[in-house]
Ligand binder design. Sequence first.
Ligand SMILES: [Zn+2]
Length: 288
Amino acid sequence: MALYKKTETLTQIPWIYFAAIDNFERNIQDSNEPEKVVSINIPDEIWFGIGNSGSNTDTQIINIFEGKGKDGNGDGKAEIDNPEDILYTMANLLLEYGPTEDDIKIGLWNYYKRDLTVQTIMNTSKVFRRFGDINLTDRDFPVNIRYNYSYRNTWGDRRGFGGLRMHEGTDIFADYGTPVHSTTYGVVEVMGWNLYGGWRIGIRDIYNIYHYYAHMSGFQEDLQVGQVLKPGDVIGSVGSSGYGPPGTSGKFPPHLHYGMYKDNGYSEFSFDPFPYLNKWERMAKEKK
Ligand SMILES: [Zn+2]
């Protein structure tokens, strides 16, 4: 956090963007690797320039080879593994396009060339701005635990009410109208009707994970795409919508279908939410 703020002072680019880029890159990296202070990985050919084969860290030599590596800590060298140099270099890469939010979005697109990556970083920066913090570890269970509900591990079941060949999620059975909560800090990415999911909401969190809530009876009033959420925020209520044109309901017992999808920077894949639901349920009960 101190490093992000220091780079903001040096470059006028708000710290939330460095924090969000760093966060995105940390979450696409192999979790077995030792954690670094700053996880942003700038490719050698961008840092040192093409033809700078000895990877010379002298900033004048890097300039000659049209490398982008910069010296952020004032030691005269642009080191690709120095946290301050990395952040200062990233700031300068972005500043080529300008300092406003729109400029930064363009800068990020030119650097990553992937819409979902840019979207995720921009969303994460919004969350960091809202809460003024990067250590956002709170979670909640997706239905209000003061209501009756039941769930078991249905991951991979052939039958299920999700409309997918394999059941990609957990079904939490509860009565119509049971409040549905955001489980995490994140931003509403999609909301509306889809054929199998019915009234569904997708929330992208700050760990590159997409949380999918389906079959709801309706959405919380005023909720909209782009809105920042925290754990426990009510997003709608349990229903049995889906399997037909908009409004179709009652083709199966009311329940919330909850799915999780991880983005690794190239593609998205579903994984079993059940162990997380168990954990968040315990956390919610402890708070009660
Ligand atoms: Zn389901």
